[in-house]
Ligand binder design. Structure first.
Ligand SMILES: *[C@@H]1O[C@H](CO)[C@@H](O)[C@H](O)[C@H]1NC(C)=O
Ligand SMILES: *[C@@H]1O[C@H](CO)[C@@H](O)[C@H](O)[C@H]1NC(C)=O
Ligand SMILES: *[C@@H]1O[C@H](CO)[C@@H](O)[C@H](O)[C@H]1NC(C)=O
Length: 262
């Protein structure tokens, strides 16, 4: 059992040292020498490999409170976001979520809700970030808010599929976003335009709210609980979406190597 796991892990490592990321069945005994390129030469990590490690560190919430991605990782993150892997990583998250949701014992009283974050969870700002270095540039509120006001963010296809699945199971949708209340109209319009046509609540950040995202979002989830809702699932691209009680019965972290919100 342990060996099987080790073989799979090694096969994945070996595969990642090739240009292709396909795992074509592990050759056995393993060609260990293929692992060497991963550590670079003379103790200097390879740029691509260190960016991959950085991304894993970000996803695992080991790397925190960063303002921009490493400058040397712009190409890596850009390729990740625009290429297959971001979509595959997203599809894995939504497949797990759908599987989990299908197995739930729902009460059918309309109080079972799924909390979705918006930016980089249900809507994608990739058209904006593609023009701003995929997170290399320091966050610019003026230009980002101007992009949000266009209302042209596309749906993340995997999330839209999950959204439809959850609705078909009778789970209601709550959007909980750090977008400010003055973005309500454009956000609602944007969501509808790309296929999210219904929801129980669209919760935006009031102008009187201060403090961390964790405090804001967990406070809003507590309000839902107080109103009698059961949060069966909670999904976001930031750890601040899914940390802080009440987290929801189960949390799902969407990939996002472009920015960090504490
Ligand atoms: C932020 O974006 C605005 C609008 O594009 C631009 O005028 C401004 O110079 C930018 N600020 C910084 C610090 O780059
Ligand atoms: C949002 O749209 C509604 C009508 O659809 C309008 O009454 C309201 O003033 C708008 N609010 C903002 C902040 O634009
Ligand atoms: C902020 O204002 C809203 C109404 O716009 C209110 O429902 C909410 O309780 C207020 N929150 C705080 C922390 O004062």
């Amino acid at each position: 059992m342990k060996l099987a796991v080790a073989v799979v892990l090694l096969a994945a490592l070996v595969a990642s040292s090739h240009a292709s990321s396909r795992v074509d069945g592990p050759p056995f005994p393993l060609p260990i020498h293929l692992l060497r390129p991963l550590s670079g030469s003379a103790g200097h990590p390879l740029i691509g490999v260190s960016c991959e490690s950085w991304r894993v560190g970000v996803e695992a919430n080991n790397v925190r409170d960063w303002k921009t991605i490493p400058r040397t990782c712009e190409g890596y993150v850009g390729h990740y976001m625009l290429g297959d892997l971001y979509r595959q990583d997203s599809a894995l998250v939504t497949a797990e979520a759908a599987n989990y949701a299908e197995g739930l014992n729902l009460q059918g009283d309309g109080k079972d809700v799924w909390v979705f974050d918006i930016d980089e969870t249900t809507l994608s700002n990739l058209p904006y970030y593609a023009h701003h270095g995929f997170g290399v540039e320091l966050y610019n509120g003026t230009s980002f808010q101007a992009w949000v006001m266009t209302g042209e963010a596309p749906a993340l296809p995997e999330s839209l599929g999950l959204y439809k699945k959850l609705l078909s199971l009778g789970i209601k949708i709550v959007f909980l976003t750090g977008r400010a209340e003055d973005k309500r109209n454009v956000t609602a319009h944007n969501l509808k335009m790309v296929g999210y046509d219904t929801w129980e609540k669209l919760l935006l950040k009031g102008s009187n709210v201060s403090g961390s995202t964790v405090a804001y979002k967990s406070g809003m989830r507590q309000k839902l609980i107080d109103e009698g809702y059961r949060i069966v699932g909670n999904m976001g691209d930031q750890w601040s979406d899914i940390l802080g009680e009440p987290e929801g019965d189960r949390t799902f972290k969407f990939p996002d190597p472009m920015y960090y919100l504490s």
